[in-house]
Design a protein around this ligand. Structure first.
Ligand code: AHG
Ligand code: MN
Ligand code: MN
Ligand code: MN
Length: 356
């Protein structure tokens, strides 16, 4: 029989963060504490997503701000919509509340932008906290009730010395992030994190340990792969270069060329995670219906762009500018995005250049 070799020297996220901290002599431990709070948010969101159809919610619950519940489960709509116009699912609201309290309680976060909060949250109880965080508590929430993978996306910024502590402090390009990443709640919970100028590392939540374990050290995206991921239902609205590019993937003109495979989950986190592992391209272009794009810069586009760049890939907006350099004017600003393998993104850029 094949015996299981037992690893008695496991690298947990906690250990990884401690080792990262000791590499930086000037570190105060604030960032490490913030990451521990992020880790708890991911664990608790993962827990509630997995139990969503099993939990009975009491109508008078103080914990969740869900009004007039007709279905006594955590699936379904909350009956409200957020500032970017999405219908909120109950788990959008719960995930948001879990994330906010994790960030508040660590005492290291001054500002928090969430997809589910119109205004930037300012933690005035911690006036000297030096970090700002942006988050998409549940990405892909339209997939929740079908049990399809969703995720949480985050970006972390360090505030300038003398920052006023207002939302304007967060209107920064992605190049100013100190860390970013996401957790995908799939067959298992997968956490991907990267720090400024660093590598990309992937952790798997071991539910028995209750720990994220380093399972994907130094992730590198393949240089190319014939997979594209886009909501093709929007093709009526696409601009010419996008149509030409996608058609080029489906109808290769070179001798013996094979068409690309299409894969689209409809959760950016899940589509991006697959693209990171297998290679290919993920796109949500700006189009005639959504001239500014759909995905939001601070908590969807920029953090993903940093992960992909640090893994050796590329990320650009619909003007073919480097996504990491795009500066939002408002906290919920959107952008078109193309991200993935270097050669695949280069191909989009080349088609767009021809049209300029
Ligand atoms: P969210 O659930 O956080 O509002 O994000 C939804 C986003 C993203 O996850 C996904 O890539 C995209 O919307 C899917 O949009 P379509 O349904 O228009 O394809
Ligand atoms: Mn939404
Ligand atoms: Mn999202
Ligand atoms: Mn969301």
């Amino acid at each position: 029989a094949v015996g299981e070799a037992i690893n008695t020297d496991i690298i947990t996220l906690t250990r990884f963060l401690t080792e990262e901290q000791t590499k930086h002599k000037e570190a105060t431990g604030d960032f490490t504490l913030l990451c521990h709070a992020l880790q708890f948010a991911f664990k608790s969101i993962s827990y509630y997503i997995r139990r969503a159809t099993l939990i009975n919610v009491c109508q008078t619950s103080q914990i969740i701000r869900v009004k007039r519940l007709t279905v006594f489960q955590l699936t379904g709509l909350a009956g409200s919509s957020n500032t970017t116009g999405d219908d909120q699912k109950k788990l959008d609201v719960i995930g948001n509340d879990l994330f906010i309290s994790a960030m508040r309680s660590c005492g290291r976060v001054r500002l928090l932008v969430s997809e589910e909060e119109e205004e930037c949250i300012i933690f005035d109880e911690f006036p000297t906290a030096r970090y700002a965080v942006a988050c998409d508590p549940i990405d892909g929430s339209s997939n929740l009730d079908a049990g399809v993978s969703v995720g949480t996306i985050f970006s972390v910024y360090k505030l300038e010395e003398g920052a006023k502590g207002t939302k304007e402090d967060l209107l920064l390009p992605g190049t100013e992030m100190v860390a970013s990443g996401f957790t995908m709640y799939g067959a298992s919970a997968q956490l991907v994190i990267t720090m400024k100028g660093g590598s990309v590392n992937g952790f798997t939540l071991d539910n028995n340990f209750g720990e994220f374990i380093l399972t994907h050290p130094n992730m590198r995206i393949p240089k190319k792969r014939a997979i594209y991921s886009v909501n093709e239902g929007n093709s009526l609205y696409w601009e010419e270069p996008v149509k030409e590019y996608i058609n080029g993937l489906k109808f290769p003109t070179e001798e013996g060329g094979k068409p690309y495979s299409a894969r689209y989950i409809g959760s950016m986190v899940a589509d991006a995670y697959r693209t990171l592992l297998y290679g290919g391209i993920f796109a949500y272009p700006a189009d005639k219906k959504s001239p500014k794009g759909k995905l939001r810069i601070l908590y969807e586009c920029a953090p993903m762009a940093m992960v992909f760049e640090n893994a050796g890939g590329l990320a650009v907006n619909s003007k073919m500018e480097r996504m990491m350099e795009v500066v939002p004017e408002h906290i919920h600003d959107r952008s078109g995005i193309f991200l993935g393998s270097e050669q695949e993104v280069q191909r989009v850029i080349d088609v767009h250049k021809k049209h300029q």
